[in-house]
Design a protein around this ligand. Structure first.
Ligand SMILES: C[S@@+](CC[C@H](N)C(=O)[O-])C[C@H]1O[C@@H](n2cnc3c(N)ncnc32)[C@H](O)[C@@H]1O
Length: 253
């Protein structure tokens, strides 16, 4: 496994991840990592908040933490505008320890004996600066929010998400899912129709919204089988489509 930082067209960083010599994938679109993350995943947060559903989010995979930072920025913006909202749960899943460790180090929350990488801290700095400009927030607020969430255990950083083979006894459920794993070439186990149905059955609250950059047939079928209305939005920067699935029941369960 090896990786390389790259700057995308809107100035925000992404990582190119090489799993094996012929398996390489960029985490984001070359036209803008931050712009793409805002375009695809912010509607999850807005939909959950506007519907008044419990603010319980799952982020599959953490990567550089764009979706976690966007959530922190958006909620702080609401608070500063006199609409405080209380996050109940943010669970970030990431199979690469390096990515969890580097983010925690940058936040000052990891053991000092872990080596920090300048590339990572520069990347996180760049993302929060761009988000503070975008949402007109004071510097430092996003980091401070993430630290508070982590210290109160509202934000948990978990390992690889492994699709369940059988229904889970007491599943932790979410109202909003940022479904942002690598593609089916890298992560085939996360994209099969049966696997998705089995996993999402356990992961989703009755009222739930899921977004992903992909528009795979298996995903659309799985969402429809679970009662989601599937909105195929135009993809980011000329990509054909991306997916926003919304399931709205009467009670929030
Ligand atoms: C497209 S990138 C995510 C980008 C990320 N959301 C961000 O904001 O930068 C996909 C991520 O999923 C992680 N991943 C792959 N398989 C996973 C699994 N089974 N569970 C959790 N994370 C996984 C990869 O290591 C990678 O960091």
């Amino acid at each position: 496994m090896s990786y390389q930082f790259m700057t995308t067209a809107d100035g925000s960083p992404t990582l190119e991840w090489q799993q094996s010599p012929d398996l390489v994938e960029k985490m984001h679109h070359s036209q803008g990592a931050l712009s793409e993350s805002l375009y695809i995943y912010l509607p999850v947060i807005q939909t959950v908040a506007e519907a008044g559903w419990p603010l319980k989010f799952m982020s599959l995979g953490l990567g550089l933490g764009y979706n976690e930072m966007i959530l922190a920025a958006w909620l702080k913006k609401q608070e500063l505008q006199g609409r405080p909202l209380s996050l109940q749960r943010l669970h970030s899943f990431e199979s690469q320890d390096l990515l969890k460790d580097q983010l925690l180090l940058w936040l000052g929350l990891a053991p000092a004996n872990l080596p920090a990488s300048e590339g990572f801290s520069q990347a996180y700095d760049c993302i929060v600066q761009a988000l503070c400009r975008h949402f007109q927030l004071p510097a430092g607020l996003i980091q401070q929010t993430l630290v508070e969430w982590r210290q109160s255990d509202i934000w948990q950083l978990k390992g690889a998400y492994l699709p369940s083979q059988e229904p889970v006894a007491e599943p932790e459920r979410y109202s909003g899912l940022f479904y942002d794993a690598f593609s089916s070439k890298m992560n085939p186990e996360l994209w099969s129709e049966e696997g998705l149905v089995q996993s999402l059955q356990d992961l989703c609250e009755p009222n739930c919204v899921l977004a992903t950059y992909a528009a795979k047939g298996s995903l659309k079928r799985a969402l429809r089988r679970l009662g989601f209305a599937v909105d195929l939005r135009p993809g980011f920067a000329g990509k054909r489509q991306c997916t926003l699935g919304i399931r709205s029941c009467q009670s929030s369960g």
